[in-house]
Design a protein around this ligand. Structure first.
Ligand SMILES: Cc1ncc(COP(=O)(O)O)c(C=O)c1O
Length: 303
């Protein structure tokens, strides 16, 4: 999935190792709906007959059709890799379909919705296990980082708890509430909403650009990320969109009323972007909201 369509740098961008070592051909979303067009994915696959198809995103607010990807991969005799870096925690918590039954390989980062340490995990069919193990060690790995391995074990233990299921479902409910709150206030979201944990606001109607907006939001205590979206017309370094997500605020215990409050702050900021009084007001409100929901420290105390 091309970078400006919601894909990730590591999926073949020419400035990433992936695009230097491998020959990637991108597939696209429908420019009017912003939704991934599986007919065009199939056409691209038939045209290029790749050895592997990569499915996954860093900025796409809908659920991927893993069965359709698998069918296309079978048709062109390609392997299927699903990079679920973003939504692995939702899958673990049963709030999102799993790609595991469909894919030959499934990879994910441990530090996003899984709420684990910095690191990654690769799942694969048994027939590929030996090759994958060797590709990690001795191919690229020096010594094992036991602290990260121990932290991944804790992460998996936490993901297996009922509380994590609640968390994963709340992430999706909260994202939908935040998206609804933004749209009710007149903001345009790519694909018109979300089915997962993230959403992308189109800044073009306000004549704003992503980098300045990201920096201004940082100042007022609201973390957003400048992000491209299909047909946005900006540059990769200064795109016309911002991406927001619900996982971290959900971890703090916030629910749907707070999502609406956040949507109100975002809309207020974008509506009065150059007004220092607006920034001061949003800053105060965002900090007050965070104070009401302090970061939970549920880990073992080190004394
Ligand atoms: C789809 C996808 N794959 C891979 C990565 C890279 O993860 P890491 O943080 O391990 O470099 C990201 C992170 O942004 C991502 O969104």
């Amino acid at each position: 999935m091309a970078l400006d369509q919601g894909g990730h740098l590591s999926h073949g961008s020419p400035v990433s190792f992936s695009g230097k070592i491998y020959h990637f051909e991108p597939y696209f979303v429908d420019e009017t709906t912003g939704v991934l067009d599986m007919d065009s994915v199939r056409e691209r696959a038939l045209e290029f007959r790749p050895k592997m198809i990569v499915a996954g995103y860093s900025s796409y607010p809908r659920i991927l059709d893993f069965a359709a990807f698998a069918e296309i991969a079978r048709e062109v005799e390609a392997l299927l890799l699903v990079d679920m870096a973003h939504f692995a925690g939702l899958v673990a918590g049963g709030a999102h379909p799993s790609p595991v039954p469909h894919a030959d390989f499934v990879s994910f980062t441990a530090h996003k919705t899984m709420r684990g340490p910095w690191g990654g995990v690769i799942l694969c069919r048994a027939e590929h296990a030996d090759q994958i193990d060797k590709a990690a060690c001795p191919n690229i790995q020096g010594g094992p980082q036991m602290h990260a391995i121990a932290a991944k074990a804790v992460m998996f233990q936490q993901c297996a708890q009922p509380a994590f299921r609640e968390y994963a479902h709340a992430v999706v409910t909260n994202a939908k509430a935040m998206a609804a709150g933004l749209m009710r206030r007149g903001l345009e979201l790519t694909t018109g909403g979300t089915d997962n944990h993230l959403m992308v606001i189109d800044l073009r109607p306000m004549g704003l650009r992503g980098r300045a907006v990201q920096a201004a939001f940082d100042e007022v205590g609201v973390t957003v990320n400048a992000n491209a979206f299909p047909g946005h017309g900006g540059t990769p370094y200064n795109p016309n969109g911002i991406r927001l997500g619900s996982p971290s605020v959900t971890s703090r215990g916030m629910g749907e009323p707070e999502m609406d409050e956040i949507a109100g702050l975002v809309a207020r900021m974008l509506g009065g972007f150059d007004d220092p009084a607006v920034r001061a007001e949003v800053s105060e409100s965002s900090r007050a909201l965070c104070r009401r929901f302090p970061l939970p420290y549920r880990g073992v105390s080190t004394g």
